[in-house]
Design a protein around this ligand. Structure first.
Ligand code: PLP
Length: 409
C-alpha cells in the first residue's frame, strides 16, 4: 500500500510537471467511491479523482453567493435563483440560507427534485402542456401549496384549471409575458391582461404575478448596450404589470432577470424578484460580455467551476491530448485555467486537444488541466457530481440531479 505521503509526492511531481512513476499507485477508486458515499472526505485530493470531472472552488463559489445576496439585500429585490444551471439542492439551500426566497426551475423534474429536498416556493418557468407534466405539476402543488407555475397561453390555463379542479386545490399561477425572447411569453397589453384576468377568474388558479424573462439582454456584450437592450425588452412587460395593477389584479410578484442584468434589473424597480442562476459558477460565455467597469471581462462574479481533465497523449510538438471530448461537451471556446494562450479543440467523443505555440510552457503526460466551460448549463448536465475543493483538497461532494438526459423529464 502506498502511503499518503508518497501519493502526495507523486502528485507534487505531476503538478510540477515531473516524471514520477505512476506504476506503483494503488487502485483507490473503489475505496474513494465508498468514502464519498459515507461522506468521509478526509485526505481526499484532486489527484485522487477520475477525469474528466467537475470541480467547484469553494471560496469563489461562496463569494459569488454572498455578493448576490448582499446586492439583493441592499437594493430590495428578492432572489429566486434559477436551478437549471446547477441542478443541485445543496446549492439552492445555500442560496436560501443567505436570504433567497425560493427557486425557479426550467423542468418539472427539477421542481420534483427541489421539492423532495424540502425546498418550498418553487416556480416552474416553463409552461407545462403535456398530460404528464400537468399531472406532475398538480401533484407538486398538492404536496406544497407554495409551488407555482407560469402560463403563457389561455388553453394551457384551462388545462391547469381542470387539473387543479380535479384535486380540489388552488394552483399559484404567474402569467409569462414576452420580454424579447420568442421562445415564450404572451404579447404585452390586451392579450396578457386577458390571460391574467382568465387566471384570476379561474376557481382553482391563484394569480400571483407576472414573469418577463429578458433572456436576449442577458448575454448582450457591453454594459451600455446591455442596459439599453434590457430596458427595451422589459418595457412592454412592465407596462402590462402597471395595467394589470390598475385593473385591480393581484400582481404580488414580478419575476425575471439574469446574471448578466442583475444590477440593471434591480435598478429598474419593476421586478420584485431576480431569477439569476449562472452567477453561482460563471462560464466563458458570461465572462466575455464585459462589465460596468471592464468592457472585456465581466468579473462581477468569479469563475468557480472547472472541468478537470488529464493529459493522455503527447506525441506531437505544441499539442497534447486530454481525456475530454464531445461527450464531455468540450468546446473550442472553453479556456484553460491559468493558460489563456492555449487553444482548445475537440477531436472526437472522448478526446480533446490543447494547442500552444513555441514559446509557451509545455504540458506533461498525466498532468491535470482545468478548463472553464463555455456554457454552464450544458456542461453540468453531463456530470454526476461536483467535487468541492479548497486548494488541492476535496471538502465536499454534491450530486447533480434531475438532468435532462433522464427519461423522466
Ligand atoms: C426563465 C429563466 N430565468 C432565469 C434564467 C437564469 O439566467 P442566468 O443563468 O443567465 O442568470 C434562465 C436561464 O436561461 C431562464 O430561462
Amino acid at each position: 500500500m502506498v502511503s499518503r505521503r508518497n501519493l502526495l509526492k507523486t502528485s507534487a511531481a505531476l503538478i510540477a510537471g515531473g516524471t514520477a512513476s505512476l506504476g506503483d499507485t494503488p487502485n483507490r477508486f473503489a475505496e474513494i467511491e465508498g468514502r464519498i458515499a459515507r461522506h468521509d472526505l478526509k485526505d481526499l485530493y484532486k489527484e485522487d479523482l477520475p477525469t474528466p470531472c467537475m470541480l467547484v472552488d469553494q471560496d469563489i463559489f461562496e463569494a459569488n453567493l454572498r455578493k448576490m445576496a448582499n446586492h439583493c439585500r441592499t437594493t430590495g429585490i428578492h432572489l429566486r435563483g434559477h436551478v437549471k444551471i446547477h441542478k443541485s439542492p445543496e446549492i439552492a439551500k445555500r442560496q436560501i440560507a443567505l436570504g433567497g426566497i425560493g427557486v425557479t426551475c426550467a423542468t418539472v423534474a427539477e421542481c420534483e427534485l427541489m421539492s423532495s429536498a424540502g425546498i418550498n416556493n418553487i416556480l416552474l418557468t416553463r409552461q407545462p402542456t403535456s398530460k404528464n407534466n400537468i399531472g406532475r405539476v398538480i401533484a407538486l402543488a398538492k404536496r406544497d401549496p407554495t409551488f407555482g407555475t407560469v402560463v403563457d397561453d389561455p388553453l394551457a390555463a384551462e388545462w391547469l384549471q381542470a387539473g387543479a379542479f380535479s384535486e380540489g386545490l388552488k394552483l399559484r399561477t404567474v402569467v409569462d409575458v414576452y420580454a424579447g425572447l420568442t421562445r415564450h411569453g404572451i404579447e404585452k397589453g390586451a392579450p396578457a391582461l386577458d390571460l391574467a384576468k382568465q387566471v384570476d377568474r379561474s376557481k382553482n388558479l391563484k394569480l400571483v404575478g407576472i414573469m418577463g424573462y429578458a433572456g436576449a439582454a442577458a448575454h448582450t456584450h457591453g454594459w451600455t448596450d446591455r442596459l439599453k437592450k434590457s430596458r427595451e425588452d422589459t418595457a412592454g412587460m412592465l407596462e402590462t404589470v402597471a395595467e394589470a395593477r390598475s385593473a385591480g389584479l393581484p400582481i404580488e410578484i414580478v419575476t425575471g432577470g439574469s446574471t448578466g442584468t442583475y444590477n440593471i434589473d434591480s435598478e429598474s424597480k419593476g421586478l420584485t424578484e431576480l431569477q439569476a442562476g449562472s452567477f453561482v459558477f460563471m462560464d466563458i460565455l458570461y465572462r466575455e460580455i464585459g462589465g460596468k467597469d471592464d468592457p472585456h471581462v465581466y468579473n462581477d462574479f468569479g469563475m468557480a467551476l472547472t472541468v478537470m481533465t488529464s493529459v493522455i497523449s503527447h506525441r506531437h510538438p505544441h499539442r497534447c491530448t486530454i481525456d475530454a471530448g464531445n461527450k464531455a461537451l468540450l468546446k473550442p471556446t472553453d479556456q484553460v485555467k491559468g493558460r489563456p494562450e492555449v487553444k482548445v479543440e475537440n477531436q472526437g467523443a472522448e478526446y480533446g486537444i490543447l494547442v500552444w505555440n513555441d514559446t509557451d510552457r509545455d504540458f506533461k503526460l498525466g498532468e491535470r488541466v482545468e478548463l472553464y466551460p463555455s456554457n454552464l448549463d450544458m456542461s453540468t448536465n453531463v456530470y454526476d457530481r461536483y467535487y468541492v475543493t479548497r486548494g488541492e483538497q476535496i471538502v465536499d461532494v454534491w450530486p447533480i440531479m434531475g438532468r435532462s438526459g433522464a427519461p423522466q423529464r
